[in-house]
Write a protein that binds this ligand. Structure first.
Ligand SMILES: [Zn+2]
Length: 277
């Protein structure tokens, strides 16, 4: 059975231009989840038309319930809700996955511009650095996929996201569905045009020679600039965490999977049992 992996976010989908599209209590979220679903379906259908039997699709944004299951083509396995140890890459360790698509992605918190640029949680993190490199979600997620031998072959989002992807997936096809005008303004393709562009880009990504996975040398040092001093102070209660600045901590991990589990813990842990995304 041939398997493709899709990690989906919403900020990089055509049409999405501000926080009003990002959360269930905002006026545009119901529309934005349809736009996101359309883009993901276009990508999944292209994979299924190019010899793949199964698409493992991960809803990687907000409440984890953005994507609409009813319109998914047969062969899609939709992974939803939280918590998950590997966040936007849950299931990437499933044996037999040949390649990954990143759909609706965005630039990192300290990246060079881009619509709604942040890294996992703008409330929690100012920056994440992996072995000294300021890392976007795409960079960290691709490094995790690389650990399991999976190359990223398609990245969609704005032009800044495509530029960022050169660092972690230089051989991937980039599909630009909008131009950021600023942090929360964008000029986008229509949803239908974006879906057509993604369908074409996905077909191209699957019919050209596979790029190599993005494998980094371990061990993996993660530095986190938190948004608050108290977060850094409390993270350093853990014996393997060193506080290196007022808002900064540092820790070393033997694998990318262990590093991602730690990020997941920081974002999602709540001792009262309520997950807060
Ligand atoms: Zn998101």
């Amino acid at each position: 059975m041939r398997k493709l992996y899709i990690s989906a976010d919403i900020e990089g989908c055509a049409g999405v231009a501000s926080q009003h599209a990002l959360a269930a209590d905002r006026f545009e979220w119901q529309d934005a989840r349809r736009w996101m679903t359309g883009e993901v379906v276009a990508a999944a259908e292209a994979a299924l038309a190019h010899g793949f039997d199964e698409v493992l699709l991960v809803d990687g944004h907000g409440n984890g319930h953005n994507l609409l299951p009813d319109v998914m083509p047969d062969g899609v396995r939709l992974l939803r809700s939280w918590p998950r140890a590997l966040l936007q890459m849950e299931g990437i360790d499933t044996p037999g996955i040949e390649a990954a698509f990143f759909i609706g992605y965005h630039n990192g918190a300290m990246g060079d511009g881009g619509i709604l640029a942040h890294t996992y949680s703008s409330a929690a993190f100012r920056d994440l650095r992996l072995n000294g490199v300021s890392a976007s979600e795409g960079y960290l997620n691709a490094a995790l996929a690389g650990e399991f031998g999976v190359p990223v072959v398609l990245v969609t989002g704005d032009a800044e996201t495509a530029a960022d992807a050169k660092a972690y997936a230089p051989g991937a096809v980039a599909c630009i569905v909008k131009q950021s005008v600023g942090f929360r303004a964008a000029a986008a393709l229509t949803p239908r045009e974006a879906c057509a562009a993604i369908s074409t880009a996905a077909a191209s990504a699957l019919t050209t020679p596979r790029p190599r996975p993005f494998r980094l040398e371990g061990p993996y040092r993660l530095e986190i600039d938190f948004s608050t001093r108290v977060a850094a102070e409390m993270a350093a209660y853990l014996p393997f965490i060193e506080q290196t600045g007022p808002c900064t901590v540092s820790a070393e991990f033997a694998t990318m999977a262990a590093l991602m589990r730690f990020i997941s813990f920081l974002i999602l842990f709540n001792p009262n049992g309520v997950v807060g995304l």
